[in-house]
Ligand binder design. Structure first.
Ligand code: HEC
Length: 192
């Protein structure tokens, strides 16, 4: 081992060098990386780890599993009916309409009349609507209400099914011409 800081004989265009020992810390890191490299090479090439292709296949399989697990139930995917069609179907279902009638008689009659002719609230049997006469608009109005005008918001007072039922009932009141109808309010929006 040469003494520290002893200049060697070569002279590269005026550049000269020592031949000191490498620092301990540097050597330790060198040996550590060497040992790691040997272990790693063994791990990769001796078949202990998955190949890149196998990792890809495994990752894709996991993704597919997650996709299948989070996909909506088949029943949901099959129904591509619009909210409008779904409500119209409920309005054509006698059991839902009579469920809606019961709700109407307890919750809506006071302001819209026993036959929907209107008292405090507007007539629900004519073609005039303040907030739109489409079945989805009627549902939205029942959900949100018009608190400033005295029409309650029913979203926290009825289940979604009950709301659909009472909307179905109202839909069927159309054109029933009850006696003592309240004067039309809103726009003339004849049903197509
Ligand atoms: C406390 C009185 C009151 C009760 C109870 C009430 N409504 Fe109303 N409703 C009103 C008033 C008032 C309006 C008119 C709001 C306006 O002028 O914007 C209205 C408007 C409506 C409209 C919109 C009419 C239009 O021309 O656009 C619908 C639909 C409706 N109510 C359905 C219902 C249903 C269904 C119930 C029962 C679940 C109900 N209402 C209970 C007072 C009431």
């Amino acid at each position: 081992m040469a003494d520290r800081d002893e200049l060697l004989d070569h002279d590269y265009d005026g550049i000269r060098e020592y031949d000191n020992d490498l620092p301990r810390w540097w050597l330790n890191i060198f040996w550590l990386t060497t040992v790691f490299a040997i272990c790693y090479a063994f791990y990769i090439h001796a078949g202990y780890s998955l190949t890149t292709d196998e990792k890809l296949a495994k990752g894709l399989a996991e993704l597919e599993e997650m996709r299948v697990a989070s996909a909506p139930a088949p029943a949901d995917t099959q129904s591509d009916a619009s909210p409008n069609d779904i409500l119209l179907a409920i309005a054509g279902d006698d059991s839902r309409v009579s469920a809606g009638e019961k709700i109407y008689m307890t919750k809506c009659l006071a302001c819209h009349g026993a036959k929907g002719e209107g008292t405090v609230g507007p007539n629900l049997t004519d073609d005039y609507w303040i907030h739109g006469g489409k079945i989805t608009e009627i549902k939205q109005l029942v959900i949100e209400g018009v608190p400033a005008k005295g029409m309650l918001s029913w979203k926290n007072l009825m289940t979604p099914d009950e709301i659909d039922s009472v909307v179905a009932y109202i839909w069927n009141l159309h054109g029933t011409n009850p006696p003592n109808p309240k004067a039309p309010q809103g726009e003339l929006l004849p049903r197509e």
